[in-house]
Design a protein around this ligand. Structure first.
Ligand SMILES: [Zn+2]
Length: 285
C-alpha cells in the first residue's frame, strides 16, 4: 500500500489568486469563544463543525454577541447562557467554544468548475467526487453540506489577471469579482470535507496530553518538544511511523499536507479529472 499527502497546488503564486479560485467560507452561527476559559485559562475556542442547522432560538441569542460582523469573546457568565440554550438542541460533548453550526455559505470569486477547492484551511468537494468516493466505500471522510451563496466572474489565468487584484483582502476580492453569476445552482452541490484526526490524537495520547472540554485547547502538554521533533521529521522527509497509520482510506496527519490518502483515493481523484490539488508520496517507516 502506498500513501500520498494531498494538498492544494502551489502554482497559484499569491494568496489572492488562491482566494479567487477557492473562495471563502462564511459561517453566520457559531458557539462563541471565551475571554478566559474557566477550565484552562486560554482565550478563544477550537470547536469543530456541528453539522446541524442552528435553531431559531439560538440564532436570536447569538446575534446579540456580534459586533461589526464578528463574534466577540464572551465572559464565562454570558457563555454559560449560550450553552444553556445550546444543550437543548445538541449533544453536550459537541458544545465546545468556537463550534460552527449550519448553514455554511461559500463565496467564490471565480466560477467553480473543478471538483476540489481549498478555502482557507478547509476543503470542498463537488457532489460528483463525493458520489465516486461513496460508491467506492472510501472510509475516513465526513461530508457536510455547504450552500453556494455567491459566485463571481473572475478568471484566474495569466492573460486576464489584473495585478491590482494581488493587493485585495477577501471581501474586496469578492467585490472585484462582479458581475456575480445569477444561477449558482448550475454548478451543482458542494460539500465541506473533513477527515478524522486519528494520528494527532494517537500522538497526543502517547504523549499524555490533556484537552480542555470547554474550549478545545490543550490543557496540559507534556513532552511538547518530542511532538515538535516528530512532526518536523515527518514533514521534512514525508514519512509516517507505521504504528500511527490508521486503518482508513483518508486521514489527517500533522506535517503531511491537508489529508493523507491511499492509492484507491488517488485513483478516484485522478478519474475526477479535477486539477487544483497535488499529491506527494509518503513513506511508511
Ligand atoms: Zn479551556
Amino acid at each position: 500500500m502506498s500513501l500520498w499527502a494531498l494538498s492544494n497546488p502551489d502554482d497559484l503564486v499569491s494568496l489572492q489568486r488562491s482566494s479567487a479560485v477557492n473562495g471563502m467560507i462564511r459561517n453566520p452561527y457559531q458557539i462563541p469563544t471565551l475571554e478566559e476559559c474557566p477550565e484552562c485559562g486560554n482565550s478563544g475556542g477550537l470547536g469543530g463543525i456541528i453539522p446541524i442547522e442552528c435553531p431559531q432560538e439560538l440564532r436570536e441569542l447569538l446575534e446579540t454577541h456580534i459586533d461589526h460582523g464578528e463574534y466577540i469573546n464572551l465572559s464565562h457568565e454570558e457563555y454559560g447562557k449560550v450553552v444553556d440554550v445550546a444543550r437543548k438542541y445538541f449533544r453536550e460533548k459537541d458544545i465546545i467554544a468556537g463550534s460552527r453550526l449550519l448553514p455554511l455559505y461559500w463565496h467564490v470569486p471565480s466560477p467553480p468548475e473543478q471538483s476540489v477547492f481549498w478555502p482557507g484551511l478547509r476543503c470542498i468537494f463537488h457532489e460528483s467526487l463525493v458520489a465516486a468516493l461513496e460508491q467506492n466505500q472510501v472510509t475516513g471522510l465526513k461530508y457536510i453540506p455547504i450552500e453556494v451563496a455567491r459566485v463571481g466572474s473572475l478568471r484566474v489565468d495569466n492573460k486576464s489577471w489584473n495585478r491590482k487584484l494581488d493587493s485585495l483582502d477577501d471581501s474586496e476580492m469578492l467585490e472585484a469579482s462582479r458581475p456575480f453569476v445569477d444561477n449558482v445552482e448550475r454548478y451543482g452541490n458542494f460539500f465541506l470535507v473533513e477527515a478524522e484526526e486519528k494520528v494527532f490524537y494517537r500522538m497526543a495520547n502517547e504523549l499524555n496530553w490533556i484537552f480542555c472540554s470547554t474550549c478545545g485547547h490543550v490543557k496540559e502538554e507534556p513532552n511538547h518538544d518530542q511532538y515538535q521533533e516528530m512532526v518536523e521529521t515527518w514533514s521534512q522527509d514525508f514519512v509516517i511511523p507505521r504504528r500511527f497509520v490508521p486503518d482508513l482510506d483518508v486521514f489527517k496527519c500533522p506535517g503531511l499536507g491537508r489529508f493523507v490518502i491511499n492509492d484507491k483515493v488517488k485513483e478516484i481523484l485522478k478519474d475526477s479529472e479535477s486539477g487544483n490539488f497535488m499529491t506527494k508520496a509518503v513513506r511508511i517507516i
